[in-house]
Design a protein. Structure first.
Length: 330
């Protein structure tokens, strides 16, 4: 691979002069064509990364995501990449497999690395994360969770859940609901969605029996196992459940299988399974379930734009943006 020294030797000039030429510094007019010809002759390619660092910018952004194989996360990440590339930035992507400690480790790594900014697709709000953002000197944006003092792009989890629940309750007065919840450390999905769902039911005089609020992991397998247990309990209590409402479409996929195993997907005692996220695979396989479409790709792009705004205007106050949603398949 050709070096600056090779270019200098061919052009008959010093390495310092070649460096000035590459960085738009002063070079005598008669020397410029010689250097340009030498670069063409030896095929020298300057390191864009090195040039950026000399100018005080790496043009890199560290992006930390919980599960790259999640459709919602993939859509957010695609939006982030679109927003960053439009501004001439590239992303360094880290996947944590929903491990909060690994999430922190990657944030610390990126904060110590020459990146210009950080974007976190958040899964939890705990003290360790709060402490990190309080001491972090790198501009940052969080997608999906709310952190004080940090710019955030949020889904309207509470409003979406309230709207979905109200529509379900209005469509079938007197219906009995079960709910598959997730860890409340996830304030968006684990707390806001459940709280919004309860409020939406209450608007129509309905409620959630605490007996049928079950904790799930973010997986279809967990949805399957927890729903099997739920149906066993309901059968033992001779209780008919009309709706199994799941925190995500992925959980709903497992719940659908469990309902199908019992033959409860059709007929007089059919159970309707609902979710959140408008997962395209689930929609294709089922023909569509009641769910909520979130603007994931747009939120990813918005997070990139907010970060670029911070980089261009250092010292700007943190801002939060709440994205829209749409209830579908109802």
């Amino acid at each position: 691979m050709a070096t600056i020294k090779d270019v200098a030797k061919i052009a008959g000039v010093s390495s310092a002069m070649v460096s000035r030429y590459l960085n738009d510094g002063y070079v005598a007019a008669e020397k410029r064509p010689l250097i340009a010809a030498a670069i063409m002759e030896c095929g020298y390619r300057p390191s864009q990364q090195a040039r950026n660092l000399r100018r005080g910018r790496s043009k890199l952004v560290g992006v930390v995501v919980p599960r790259i194989n999640s459709e919602s996360v993939a859509r957010i990440t695609a939006g982030v990449e679109q927003g960053l590339s439009a501004a001439g930035y590239q992303m360094l992507l880290a996947n944590t497999d929903n491990d909060p400690q690994l999430e922190l480790d990657y944030l610390e790594l990126f904060a110590a690395y020459p990146v210009d900014g950080l974007i976190l697709v958040g899964t939890t709000v705990d003290q360790a994360h709060k402490d990190f953002f309080e001491r972090c000197q790198v501009p940052a944006v969080v997608v999906g969770q709310r952190y004080e003092g940090v710019s955030c792009v949020l889904q309207d989890d509470f409003g979406a859940a309230r709207s979905l629940a109200a529509k379900l309750a209005a469509a079938k007065p007197g219906a009995r609901f079960a709910y598959l919840a997730v860890d409340p450390q996830d304030e968006a999905v684990g707390v806001s969605r459940l709280r919004g769902f309860k409020e939406g039911l209450a608007e129509w005089g309905a409620s959630l029996d605490p007996t049928y609020i079950k904790r799930c992991e973010f997986s279809s397998e967990s949805g399957l196992q927890v729903t099997r247990q739920l149906l066993d309990e309901a059968a033992a209590a001779k209780t008919n459940i009309d709706y199994i409402c799941c925190s995500t479409d992925l959980i709903a996929a497992g719940a659908l299988r469990a309902v199908g195993e019992r033959g409860l997907h059709q007929g007089k005692s059919a159970i309707t399974v609902t979710g959140f996220g408008d997962n395209q695979v689930v929609s294709m396989l089922t023909g569509g379930i009641p769910t909520v479409h979130f603007t994931y790709r747009t939120s990813g792009k918005k997070s990139a734009e907010m970060l670029i705004e911070q980089l261009e205007h250092p010292g700007a106050l943190p801002v939060s943006t709440i994205m829209g949603y749409r209830v579908v398949a109802l």
